[in-house]
Design a protein. Structure first.
Length: 225
């Protein structure tokens, strides 16, 4: 099958999924939607280059790509429609686009950054976990490729020298109802990762815990504004 024919096939299959679930309650069928889309991606080698515009618009599929365009992330809303959120994410690799997608344990993916440590790219995945109507959790995770799989990379070195592959910070809307506070900052030059500092009542302060890029890790540097 030619690439053009594959694209037509994907478009037709995408439309078929839209029609299949158009009149049904999303939260009753969203896990079935997830499986149908995963199956569609796995069966089509052209899926890596396809943007799935109708699924992202109508069935809440969120797609993010790594800056080097070698990784494509899919996030599905699989929650029950209540105040809490539940999300399911997968990564697709350009080197094997029609292989089985790799599930990754993360929240709703917000952004992907990429930095080179040594000779290997490190991917920063920022996500949000939705708790009850007013609480949540922001997270940044570091991943690297190993043996054709995306694996956690423990490159955050804490004040006590502990190595972490992820850092989380709580969110409480009582202190940021408009959700405008920047809880995790990655500098444009990728030299710093800043984590919002909270007080003992989980209230954000005006300061951040800074992790600065070194030769092999982002090392805790101190508190900054």
């Amino acid at each position: 099958m030619t690439l053009y024919a594959e694209n037509i096939s994907i478009q037709q299959s995408e439309q078929a999924i839209i029609l299949k679930y158009a009149t049904l309650d999303f939260y009753e069928v969203n896990q079935k939607i997830e499986q149908d889309i995963v199956d569609l991606i796995q069966k089509n080698t052209a899926s890596y280059a396809y943007s799935f515009p109708k699924l992202t618009e109508n069935l809440r599929l969120k797609i993010n790509s790594s800056p080097d365009r070698l990784l494509k992330f899919y996030t599905f809303d699989v929650g029950g429609g209540g105040t809490m959120g539940e999300f399911s994410s997968y990564v697709q690799m350009k080197s094997r686009p029609s292989s089985k997608l790799q599930a990754i344990n993360t929240g709703y993916i917000l952004n992907i950054d990429q930095v080179k440590m040594g000779t290997q790219p490190i991917y920063f995945v920022q996500s949000y976990y939705k708790g009850d109507s007013c609480h949540g959790l922001y997270q940044i995770q570091a991943f690297r490729m190993h043996a054709q799989a995306l694996t956690p990379a423990p490159i955050f070195q804490t004040k006590n020298k502990k190595q972490l592959s992820s850092i989380e910070v709580d969110y409480d809307c009582h202190y940021d109802e408009a959700r405008q506070g920047s809880y995790i900052r990655v500098s444009k030059d990728l030299k710093y990762v800043d984590i919002k500092l909270l007080n003992q009542n989980s209230q954000p302060t005006g300061q951040y815990l800074r992790y600065a890029r070194g030769k092999s890790a982002f090392q805790y540097q101190g508190v900054v504004n």
